[in-house]
Write a protein that binds this ligand. Sequence first.
Ligand code: ADP
Ligand code: MG
Length: 463
Amino acid sequence: MSQSLRCLDAPGEIVLVHWENFVRTIDELAPGKKVADIWFRKLRPLSFDGQVLSALAPPTAFVEYLLNTHGDLIRSAMDAAVGKGVELSIVKHDPAPEEAPRELEAVHLQSPELMPAQEPVRANLNPRYRFDNYIEGESNRFAVASARSVADTPTTTPFNPYFVYGGAGYGKTHLIQAIGNQALRTGSLRRVVYVTSEQFVNQFIASIKTKRTTDFAHMYRNVDMLILDDIQFFTGKERTLTEFFHTFNSLYQAGKQIILSSDRPPRDLEDLDERLTSRFASGLVTELTLPDYETRVAILGKRADEHRANLDAGIVEFLAGHINSNVRDLEGALLQLIAQSQFMRRPIDLDLAHQVARKFAPTRRRQVSMETVAEHCARFYNIPLVDLKDRGRKKEVAHTRQVAMYICNKLTRHSLRGIALHYGRRDHSTVIHAVKTVEERMQVDAAFRSEVDDLIRTIELRA
Ligand code: ADP
Ligand code: MG
């Protein structure tokens, strides 16, 4: 981990994303220790060149101490969150009075005088967001096909504007940036600008303060392709909306390509001028939905390859099956799995996957019913469900019934008597006996313990 001074670029989107992932991973690897708060949240991300992620420390920071005491943690978090072998470089800041804050907060866009008409402009695009690593499936087939056609024939396509909407983490940003990256790669366009609506608003406000609104307008009206992300953020921002309205019209009339994303369809963007939303609807409006199971498996496989993590098919299928909130969570779980395995120096197995999945599916942990427990136990030990509730005393049945009672006691809120009744017993002492038997055996029989633990986890996740 070097401490060399690297270029003081204004932080682009990519740096911020990597930095955020890195700090979050530190938090996850050292939970409760506040390492992230005490050290890393006080640093400012500076630049990332694929090999080195650099951040700026305040002049008073004990950088050497930090690197010495938390070197391993930093290494694991960098490997998992940013990329294998990527170095962290912490630059200690010596503020020269006229330097920095302004420069550092400047948004990563060039001003018009730095944008001579012939020069290609590639503002803010993350090179990782491409079509070749965007997995297609039923949930996004149409959105991807139309996005590709926009990328290949921008400005002449009837899909102008191209409007994509869908829930958080469904892949909107990736898709719309892929259009920009592709259009630049094929050379069909030279000036592509990606901006989040939040950045757009902040830049606009800053330009009002510095009396440079003309520059602002000029800059955005002179691009070949404007990609504006999360435009639901504009709602309620009157002045920005007016400015955007003019930008939109000017680009549209000049036949430039406009690409928009939002968490909802145009008609649900309250406060947006009717004239705007009907323009949006006149291009192409397409929805991204949650990728289905097969697509989730494919996405995980691809991402695991990118991280050079060798995951068993069983693990991939388990994660894809249990994490169905959105793709971001799916990726988050994968990163955590890799990070935990590196940090704790243990292999990625189903056990670890269970632990991680549990964190990512907390809202799905509803109250477990006794019926669910009984069904799972019967299926797991391969005995008929009716036998479990019967008074029969066959050995396997009795054994399964005890395990089921033990799990009911652990996972449900039912009383001992309630549990007994569910299994056709009248006396709660049967349950006490079952719990005791199972606990004792778990203490001496590791295989049995892991069997029961597995069963519990499965039930919790499926409930
Ligand atoms: P959104 O902008 O809709 O909130 P993102 O585009 O940021 O979602 O996607 C979240 C993460 O999931 C990103 O890392 C992205 O690369 C990944 N992702 C989403 N959809 C896909 C897909 N179909 N194939 C590969 N990666 C995907
Ligand atoms: Mg997004």
